[in-house]
Design a protein around this ligand. Structure first.
Ligand SMILES: [Zn+2]
Length: 113
């Protein structure tokens, strides 16, 4: 199950915006705390093919995943901080001033499902 569609639980009282922001901030924090991957730290899963090129791709993926996940989560946090309900008018987006929820937030929400 995607962390973005996890049942609300204690988050039931949060708005969709606050729930998504909390979710991506959690991913960012976990990424920052995670030990950087190296072949000796947790090893490599079994290869799916005998291709050396595919294996090199696997190693490159694992070696960069922590930083790349953190970077993508950081982009999501920044976008959600930009596009949220305005403090003085919760019916408008604080950034694009369109009706809330604005189209950008709608697209972010749709993409994170
Ligand atoms: Zn907006």
């Amino acid at each position: 199950m995607s962390p973005f569609t996890r049942p609300a639980g204690r988050r039931g009282r949060l708005s969709e915006h606050a729930r998504l922001l909390e979710c991506v901030q959690g991913i960012l924090e976990r990424s920052d705390r995670a030990v950087p991957w190296e072949p000796d730290t947790v090893g490599l899963p079994d290869a799916r093919s005998d291709s050396a090129l595919a294996r090199i791709n696997d190693v490159a993926f694992y070696a960069n995943a922590r930083d790349e996940v953190a970077a993508l989560a950081g982009v999501c946090v920044d976008l959600l901080r930009l596009h949220g309900p305005a403090e003085n008018d919760e019916d408008r987006c604080r950034n694009c001033h369109l009706d809330w929820p604005c189209p950008t937030f709608g697209e972010i929400s749709r993409l994170l499902r």
